[in-house]
Design a protein around this ligand. Structure first.
Ligand code: ADP
Ligand code: MG
Length: 210
């Protein structure tokens, strides 16, 4: 269970949001909508530990993780622009977190294959990531996040900018995959139709502020 408890973010003395609270149950998929600039990306970065909050508490399964470094949080984040490492192959991108954790090459190779087959991209294992299509790059980013077996997966506008056919297909694939794995998900999108198709519960960021 992820609990965001009265969290505030202030930049340069101006408040982005204050007293924002949200609880996501184990294995629940929650979609978060809200206007551009309302702080959706910032909230995800705070949950992942990439930005610090000005007030409030973030708990994961009852433990206070507010000041825990990002790499010790066990929370996966798929960035809107994927942020794949351009100098690494698809396989190396996906293996990255395992390498950091010094997982043996044999086990890492097997996990990379499993992650790639989950997203249907086994044939791209040794490709560089530079020339991937938008949909392929997104699947690689999802596989890279899932291989670390995060307790919570954060998705920042994962389907924005994809053409309509691909959007529909990836929405369905992602939804099936994440439900089958029982992943707890916070999915940020400005697309309300996408939000209700994907999630158990749809919330607007502005509703979360007390
Ligand atoms: P959304 O994802 O909902 O569009 P963002 O979280 O990206 O919103 O941004 C919310 C606002 O916070 C924007 O106005 C942005 O310029 C501002 N912002 C984000 N990060 C910083 C930062 N590190 N310093 C100052 N302002 C920031
Ligand atoms: Mg954003």
């Amino acid at each position: 269970m992820l609990e965001i408890d009265k969290v505030s973010v202030i930049y340069d003395s101006s408040q982005l949001f204050a007293n924002l609270s949200l609880t996501i149950q184990h294995q629940e998929i929650v979609a978060l909508t809200g206007p551009s600039g309302s702080g959706k990306t910032t909230l995800l970065r705070c949950i992942a530990g990439l930005e610090s909050i000005s007030a409030g508490v973030i708990r994961l399964d009852g433990q206070d993780i507010t000041n825990r470094p990002a790499h010790l949080r066990n929370i996966g984040l798929v960035f809107q622009d994927n942020q794949l490492f351009p100098h690494l192959t698809v396989g190396q991108n996906i293996a990255y977190s395992l390498k950091i954790k010094r997982v043996s090459k044999q086990i890492a190779d097997q996990k990379v294959r499993e992650a790639l087959s989950l997203v249907g991209l086994m044939h791209l294992l040794d490709r560089t990531v530079i020339n991937l299509s938008g949909g392929e790059a997104k699947r690689v980013a999802v596989a890279r996040a899932l291989i670390a077996e995060p307790q919570v997966l954060l998705l920042d506008e994962p389907l924005t900018g994809l053409d309509i056919d691909l959007h529909g297909r990836l929405l369905e694939d992602l939804s099936k995959l994440l439900r089958a794995r029982g992943t707890t998900v916070l999915h940020v999108t400005h697309d309300k139709t996408e939000a209700s198709a994907f999630a158990d519960r749809v919330l607007d960021l502005r509703q979360l502020i007390s």
